[in-house]
Design a protein around this ligand. Structure first.
Ligand SMILES: C[S@@+](CC[C@H](N)C(=O)[O-])C[C@H]1O[C@@H](n2cnc3c(N)ncnc32)[C@H](O)[C@@H]1O
Length: 290
């Protein structure tokens, strides 16, 4: 299967899976390699034969879907975003939580790949903010559709190239060298919990103060799916909470309830409203039977 054939196949198949071709244009070679391997596994000669197979066998779409995820990432990818989180967003979230009597901030990394993004957030909190906000802990949920990347995330060992944007002191303190790889020490893994989840099908329960949804929905998903996901993410945010996108991504037009966060590029804020911690709400709930 050559590039032209693969591009034609993707142009036909991606919208049927709720994805957009433009998101895959630059990364298509790795996706095409996976599809070519699938063709070989099925003993099919070319892209046209694979298209006929997809038309005849609805079950094959799941196999094609599994060829699509692009898992490229690294620690503190888009440094500017992490700088804005440290300087502007997380302090504001922590102050609001304290003012409402809260003790925890809940963060969600949607499409976490091998764990670099949620672990970066944990390191940022630990080294940059924890001392300023000792009364607050950061809890991080990380989800991904791909079981293999989640397995790697649990192992938390990375090549040096993945750590290139991390400050040297963080690297020294938080990682140990093991056979040429850098492994995150257990204490730094603890705040992150990994769950396998398809963002297009389901979202975690409860409200989040911070959601990172970068280089996934707003790059690869079709416009209608982006609009649906954007409004569901806005619903999942606690009042005053923040949604962070990738540096090449924009919210779909017409997304309600989110405004650019002043001084923090790629960050969007939900209107503050009344910020009440879960804890405070539980305390205020009348006892059962009243
Ligand atoms: C390019 S990586 C982005 C990693 C990280 N968020 C970042 O910006 O560096 C995209 C990740 O999204 C995951 N993914 C793709 N489709 C998904 C879906 N429907 N639900 C959840 N995760 C998905 C992929 O497996 C991959 O790990």
């Amino acid at each position: 299967m050559n590039d032209r054939e693969c591009v034609a196949l993707l142009g036909w198949a991606l919208p049927r899976l709720g994805h957009r071709w433009e998101g895959y244009r630059r990364v298509r070679r790795r996706v095409c390699r996976r599809i070519a391997a699938r063709l070989r596994g099925l003993g099919l000669a070319d892209a046209a034969a694979y298209r006929r197979r997809l038309e005849a066998d609805p079950g094959e779409w799941a196999a094609l879907q599994a060829c699509l995820p692009v898992t490229v990432t690294r620690f503190c990818r888009d440094r500017e975003v992490f700088r804005a989180l440290a300087a502007v967003v997380l302090p504001a979230l922590a102050q609001a939580a304290l003012a409402a009597g809260g003790t925890a901030l809940r963060a969600w990394s949607a499409g976490c790949a091998n764990g670099e993004e949620p672990y970066s957030l944990g390191l940022l909190w630990r080294f940059g903010l924890q001392a300023r906000f000792p009364g607050i802990r950061l809890e991080i949920l990380a989800t991904d559709i791909d079981a293999q990347v989640l397995q790697r995330a649990g192992t938390a060992c990375y090549p040096e190239s993945s750590l290139r944007e991390l400050p040297g002191e963080w690297r020294q303190a938080a990682f140990s060298r093991q056979g040429g790889r850098y492994c995150l020490r257990p204490g730094y893994r603890a705040p992150v919990r990994f769950v396998r989840q398809d963002l297009a099908q389901e979202m975690p329960q409860g409200a989040f103060h911070l959601i990172l949804c970068r280089n996934l929905a707003f790059t690869y998903f079709s416009e209608p799916r982006q609009r649906r996901i954007a409004s569901q993410l806005a619903e999942r945010l606690a009042p005053g909470g923040c949604l962070v996108l990738g540096s090449h991504e924009r919210l779909p037009r017409g997304t309600a309830g989110l405004q650019p966060w002043p001084g923090a590029r790629h960050c969007y804020r939900k209107a503050p409203g009344v910020w009440q911690s879960e804890q405070r709400r539980r305390e205020m709930r009348p006892p059962i039977g009243e």
